[in-house]
Design a binder for this molecule. Sequence first.
Ligand code: AHR
Length: 574
Amino acid sequence: MTRNISSRRGFLKSSSLAAAAVALRGSSSFAQDAKVDAHIDINPAEVIGTISPEIYSHFIEHLGGVIYDGVWVGGGSKIPNVDGIRKDFIDTMKAVKAPLLRWPGGCFADSYDWRDGIGPRDKRPARAAFWKQQDSSQYGLHEFMRTCRAIGCKPYLAANLRTQPARDFYQEIEYCNAPAGDLPSNSAAPAAPDTLAAQRAANGDPEPFNVDLWGVGNESWGCGGNMTPEEYAAEYRRFTAWTPTFGETPLRFVAVGPNGDDVDWTRRLFKALYGNPERRHLWGLSIHYYTSGSPKKFGGGDALAFNDDEFYDLLTRGSLMDKVITDHWTAMSTAVPNSLSNQGADSRNPVKLVIDEWGAWYGKGTELTPQYNLSQQSTMRDALLTGITFDIFHRQADKVGAAAVAQSINCLHSLMLAQEDKFCVTPTFHVFQMYLSHHGAQAVRAEFSAPSIVNPLGTTASQVGGSSYIGQLPPIKSLAGLSGSASLNGKTLTLTVVNPHLTQPMTTGIAVRGASVASAKGTVLAEKDVHAHNDFAHPDAVKPSTVDGLKPSGGKLTHTFPPASITALEITLA
Ligand code: AHR
């Protein structure tokens, strides 16, 4: 174990608005208090923005054991299911109030023909598919929509830009969204039923799916076509030049953004997209940022076997999400001034960031079986990364419109593991649940002042990547000793806090400017051993517990955050 805590006098302040840690100069509303290790100073008057519930979204891809077995077990299965969809999957997604579900990929999407997955299941083709697998097409568009309906979430479809023409894209929209029955022709021709809507009805769904959110391709810099930003911008424009709109809900298109911190992609893409007046329905720019299990090799490292240095290093590199968000936001606004505001270059469409793939990505060793490609175990380390990531999203609530964890079940940073009739949730699931009261609340500025932790491995650039791209991020030497975020909903303030220190409890003074703390309750996820995880034999090895002894005094709260913990406090203000 390294001695990681810096000098008690060397406090660092990690601010909600300026994410970087800077030396504390006593600006907080506290006098420095000898009895505490850290301070959290919350200012409800400084609103960052509304926390879009869509940052808590999900992603499932035809990959290894995600769809087949994870989500789809088939109607005749002895595994409890609703119309062929694993019941545990539905119940767990409901338990975290999943707002959006992204499908069918990932890299899989850019070689998938949506028509393969409609119509009678026994007539559907089995095809060679991305990820060196065969896809039986048993789980297709209608099964996916039923999954969303059962969960109560909205669909987010990734369209194929690499291997299908623009016609398939707009016809997929038409198939999903055209109402059944006669449609006014808006021409001299008489009204008539839409053929694709009739086909959808014949396939079991007369009511339109009303899909508004569409990814226009996936990772077009890599598996999605190895394009330059300029080439992709031209494709985006061609695919979206005309698409049918039905009803009142506007379409929201998400353009393929960078991998990790590749700001060159974002700058050039924005220049190219805004170099022409047309970029229809552009609502979001996708970002994929994975935290590699190893700084040296993307997708290396072991999900279960790691030492203290590797633990701190992973969380430090995960914290770079903050820099990734700021860097791309800055790149967008410098490439095209005013592109992000309600005025100026695109008053119709201020673009948001959509971080639709994020999480830890480890090497082989803990997969359920080799066929469950990219499945991995998830420990308390991953739960801490989850908390750190969501707190970053809240602190950047003005920039992040949506985000999706990669992936919900049996792949990478999962909430669930399932194999045949065996099922368990991971520690990450618990963090999703503990953070529920942030959904839709107003993110407010909260200043954290705590001793920073030295990252012993933060000396060289680290690898970022996905299935087909490798880039680098700068070395980062320190990890915030305490980080988190605050949000307000009426008189209730939610404060979530991550103490990443392996051994050091953090006694912290919490104050709210202009208000006093009337009462507080909370939940904590903490384990003495950060390797702790759930598995099929021990599904409840890691689970949260209630925080005891929260007693405000003089309108403030003092609380000791245990080592390696995530805490969610619900504070009532007077
Ligand atoms: O989530 C796994 C893969 O990672 C996705 O298919 C791809 O988009 C990314 O590279």
